[in-house]
Design a protein around this ligand. Sequence first.
Ligand SMILES: CCCCCCCCCCCCC/C=C/C(=O)SCCNC(=O)CCNC(=O)[C@H](O)C(C)(C)COP(=O)(O)OP(=O)(O)OC[C@H]1O[C@@H](n2cnc3c(N)ncnc32)[C@H](O)[C@@H]1OP(=O)(O)O
Length: 309
Amino acid sequence: MAGNPSGFNPDRILAHKFPETTSTYTERDVALYALGIGACGREAVDADELKYVYNENGQEYIEVLPTFAALFIHKTMGTGLNLPGLSYDPKLLLHGQQYIELYKPLPSRGYLDNKISLAGLHDKGKAAILEIETKSYDKRSGQLLCMNRTTLFLRGAGGFSSSSHPYSYTNYPKNQGSAGKIPKTQPFMVFEDCTRPSQALVYRLSGDYNPLHSDPIVAKIAGFSKPILHGLCTLGFAVRAVIKCVCKGDSSKVKCISGKFLLHVYPGEILVTEMWLEGSRVLYQTKVKERNRAVLSGYVDLHHVASSL
Ligand SMILES: CCCCCCCCCCCCC/C=C/C(=O)SCCNC(=O)CCNC(=O)[C@H](O)C(C)(C)COP(=O)(O)OP(=O)(O)OC[C@H]1O[C@@H](n2cnc3c(N)ncnc32)[C@H](O)[C@@H]1OP(=O)(O)O
């Protein structure tokens, strides 16, 4: 397919070969991330969560929350999303969805190789959707630790193909990462948590320095009354709720995570996560209490579910 006047050229985007990147992190990064997604935010010595921020009871290594895996894509992003053939306004970029598969527990210090590829590209008319896959390998053992699929919603960048046959490319199974239908029944568990007014300012220190989350002027240009919370921070809150309520604090039960960002969250708002159990899948929906609006929905697949639940 040829390009178009806006400079958006799907063939060039698809042909792009992403360079491999490396990520390194220490226990300090792991603890800072956990604080950034609200761990121990309600109680400093939270029995389920102290292990993510402190070597509790002399434990040798602090534990890594499974959503930490989503940070490895920041090395992919670098200072911006600059692909040949991709024309968009970075100020209008929103995080649309995140899908994470975990194959091994994440070590508390890491040195990783990331292999990146394009997993999808879609023309939605008012927006273009780009899906980037990142596979992260332990540099020493060569073992695959996790896979992330990041969906970016590029407002204003659509309309690069015919509206009667909009461009759509996907290279992974259709059902993988779909949001999951939220049941109409009463949730099995509900967990309420407060984000802090400074939540995005703390979360950004884990590597996403997009000014949309810190700069009032940039936030206004992007269409928000003030800086908004990072989607991955909201996802971190929701998956922590699942680990607390369904996994009884055992994060090693988490196998796979899917989340679709439905609406922005302002730092300081209260998040209410509702959960439904369907076999070993936890369907969840997170709402902002103040506005009674759903902001995130998806599922967490577990290795096994305690028989007492
Ligand atoms: C160089 C290498 C690059 C690598 C890249 C990796 C980078 C990784 C970095 C990740 C971080 C990126 C930066 C982070 C930014 C943020 O965190 S932003 C904050 C979090 N996100 C949000 O707050 C967004 C919340 N959601 C919304 O506001 C809305 O859902 C929306 C996205 C604006 C869409 O709403 P709307 O315009 O009303 O869309 P619709 O009319 O309902 O639907 C149009 C089509 O789009 C599909 N769609 C809708 N929502 C989403 C979504 N969230 N994700 C994906 N697709 C979506 C929808 O299905 C429609 O399609 P069709 O059904 O086919 O018509």
